[in-house]
Design a protein around this ligand. Structure first.
Ligand code: SAM
Ligand code: SF4
Length: 489
């Protein structure tokens, strides 16, 4: 039984971010004339964007459907982060060929990072695609779909310096009614050499904090009990009434022209004050930007979850420099030490790791493994390096680590992570954990599944508890991915 729970929960946890996850729209009938089917690939930001897209389309006469055969419009919200992610989308498009032949009036749109990266090339290469729209042009979707309905191919891949969709209330897709994502910023100003995001999502902009707090309050009033604040680099969140573009704001700041500035520590405090019963999470933290101020704010509020996703990517300073991560191994270790000092051993820390980056030697790979020995991550998303066209690494570095070496190194990283996930879970035994119930366990109708503050999945007997309840659970058993226990008073 343990093995089955373990496998299911590994899937559950990966599905929060892994690029092979697909989220599809749910059935909603509010009497609108037309139906939209939307499938989203990639990161949480993409899933949050699909909720914005659904909201824009809803205001323009579309209900969502969970069956693509019923749709008037099909959107694929895509990911470009690794080559495999793009291949998955191309394969999915070929699945839609048959239905498009049967129903030529159907509009098919490609949205998101792949649309932004390939632009009109996508229209040339994928003949069935009618509409190509980048992440900053979603307000234009109704008119682009209108053009497609008149038989014209339509494209808008303009990136914006200001767009944050702050005024749009997302339509929650596939939500369990307990957890919701809130986008707090868009784009990324870092130029990690392996990464396509700065090219597909544009410059960094922070969303008006008052609109973020309003969204969190609305969610709480609707019964949600956890929000995850999303951005590519949340710790660099910076907003002022005068300016939301980070580069321009920093210029004004230097010239003394920006009076009130809200940083990330201020923002999480504002959201935490919505209610002590609303849990606040965030992702992703960049090691170069996470401050002690943020860690102290996390400590001050019980409802800010003690869990930090802090991608290291590599444990070797030379490789980190080639990756243009702008920190060293020592800096990373210093940030982990600060987390342990301020928030204690219980704070969950997870990472992203890339195996086999350009010119990585065997010793440098060993440094990644030894960093994992030092930190003992609770969890990691692990990948082998995939060269992406247009990135700094593709232009300047040689992708010279053979595929079989990349895969072997990745396997060593995965094996080590498995060992530490289990070790970290064992530290949670014989303690009481406050668990927010997310639903019935997939393994058994008689059990509930939820998470503790450190983001660990906890499974326990249902009794009279229900989704959205906070339950104190005494944990007495664990697998590599799950804690198991019983409710206590
Ligand atoms: N902004 C986040 C950060 O800096 O940590 C990460 C964003 S990215 C969508 C998610 C992860 O994908 C990265 O942390 C990295 O590990 C991985 N990734 C990005 N580009 C990659 C590439 N070209 N090959 C392999 N993995 C890649
Ligand atoms: Fe990509 Fe680096 Fe920005 Fe993350 S911080 S989105 S890895 S460029």
């Amino acid at each position: 039984m343990d093995n089955i729970i373990q496998d299911i929960d590994i899937l559950d946890r990966n599905s929060r971010e892994a690029t092979d996850t697909v989220i599809t729209s749910k059935e909603e009938n509010t009497g609108k004339a037309k139906k939209l089917y939307i499938e989203s690939y990639g990161c949480q930001m993409n899933f949050a964007d699909s909720e914005i897209v659904s909201s824009i389309m809803k205001d323009n006469g579309y209900d969502t459907t969970s069956e693509f055969e019923q749709a008037d419009v099909i959107f694929l919200n895509t990911c470009s982060i690794r080559e495999k992610a793009e291949q998955t989308v191309r394969k999915r498009l070929s699945d839609f060929n048959k239905i498009k032949k049967r129903k030529p009036e159907l509009t098919i749109g490609v949205l998101g990072c792949m649309a932004e990266r390939l632009k009109d090339k996508l229209l040339e290469e994928e003949k069935l695609v009618d509409v190509v729209v980048g992440p900053d042009a979603y307000r234009d979707l109704p008119s682009l779909v209108g053009s497609a309905e008149e038989g014209l191919k339509a494209i808008n891949t303009l990136l914006s310096r200001e767009e944050t969709y702050a005024d749009i209330s997302p339509v929650r897709l596939n939500s369990n009614g307990v957890n919701a994502f809130i986008s707090i910023m868009r784009g990324c100003d870092n130029m990690c050499s392996f990464c396509v995001v700065p090219f597909t999502r544009g410059r960094e902009r922070s969303r008006d904090p008052h609109s973020i707090v309003r969204e969190a309050q609305d969610l709480f009033d609707q019964g949600y009990r956890e929000v995850t604040l999303l951005g590519q680099n949340v710790d660099s969140y910076k907003w002022s009434p005068e300016e939301n573009n980070k580069a321009w704001l920093e210029k004004k700041e230097k010239q003394g022209e920006a009076e009130t500035i809200i940083n990330f520590a201020n923002l999480i405090e504002m959201v935490a004050q919505v209610s002590p019963d609303l849990r606040v999470r965030f992702s992703t933290s960049h090691p170069k930007d996470i401050t002690n101020e943020v860690l102290h704010t996390m400590k001050k509020y019980e409802n800010i979850c003690k869990y930090i996703h802090l991608p290291a990517q590599s444990g070797n300073s030379r490789v980190l420099e080639l990756m243009n991560r702008t920190y060293t191994r020592e800096w990373y270790i210093n940030r982990v030490d600060a987390i342990r000092e301020i928030l204690g051993e219980e704070c969950g820390i997870s990472s992203d790791m890339i195996a086999g980056f350009c010119s990585e030697t065997e010793e440098e790979h060993q440094d990644t493994l030894s960093l994992m020995d030092y930190v003992k991550f609770d969890f990691s998303y692990m990948f082998f390096y995939s060269e992406r066209p247009g990135t700094l690494a593709a232009k300047k570095l040689n992708d010279d680590v053979p595929l079989e070496v990349k895969k072997r190194r990745l396997q060593e990283i995965i094996d080590k992570q498995r060992q530490y996930s289990f070790e970290r879970n064992k530290l949670d035994l014989n303690k009481v954990h406050k668990v927010l119930v997310e639903g019935t366990s997939k393994r058994s109708e008689e059990h509930l599944s939820g998470r503790n503050s450190a983001n660990k999945v906890v499974i326990f007997p249902k009794k009279n508890f229900k989704k959205g309840d906070y339950v104190n659970v005494f944990v007495d058993d664990c697998t590599t991915a799950t804690l198991l226990g019983n409710p206590v008073d």
